[in-house]
Design a binder for this molecule. Structure first.
Ligand SMILES: [Zn+2]
Length: 148
């Protein structure tokens, strides 16, 4: 098995956007886990697809996905957070349970809560919107400080 290598995001704008969305959610709710980098273990067998992993800033990652679309990247990030940091992420604020990366309408990547009939928490990248007002305002203040 070859070693994983960083994905050349300059040539993959879709993957770059998907990774940025996940990193936005991490910055909002689990800043110690981000920003993540996207790694790829190329397959040397044409019957086996390449594996994509989301790596923590310190390089650790766990598991991966073979379908590097936006929901897949969110899923890979979740795998790493769960297996390496032992954290359930992200969490539905209403049901206080972990949500799952899924494909919503228009092929958008969404965080989906499976409680009851299930409901869409938000689009991946919009997790900050689901925070209570107080936390959201604190986050905006932090962002302004970071830029200034
Ligand atoms: Zn819920």
């Amino acid at each position: 098995m070859p070693d994983p290598r960083p994905v050349d995001l300059a040539n993959c704008p879709d993957l770059e956007a998907a990774l940025e969305a996940v990193n936005r959610d991490l910055a909002a709710t689990l800043p110690e886990a981000g920003p993540m980098r996207l790694m790829c273990t190329p397959s040397d067998d044409e019957d086996i697809p390449d594996q994509f992993h989301a790596a923590l800033p310190d390089g650790r990652w766990h598991d991966g996905v073979t379908h590097p679309a936006a929901p897949g990247i969110a899923e890979a990030a979740q795998e790493t957070v769960q297996a390496v940091l032992w954290q359930v992420w992200p969490v539905c604020p209403e049901h206080r349970t972990g949500v799952h990366a899924d494909t919503g309408a228009d092929e958008r990547a969404v965080w989906w809560c499976r409680i009851g009939e299930g409901h869409e928490l938000c689009e991946v990248g919009e997790l900050a919107q689901t925070l209570p007002g107080k936390q959201r305002r604190a986050l905006r203040r932090k962002e302004r400080r970071g830029k200034g």
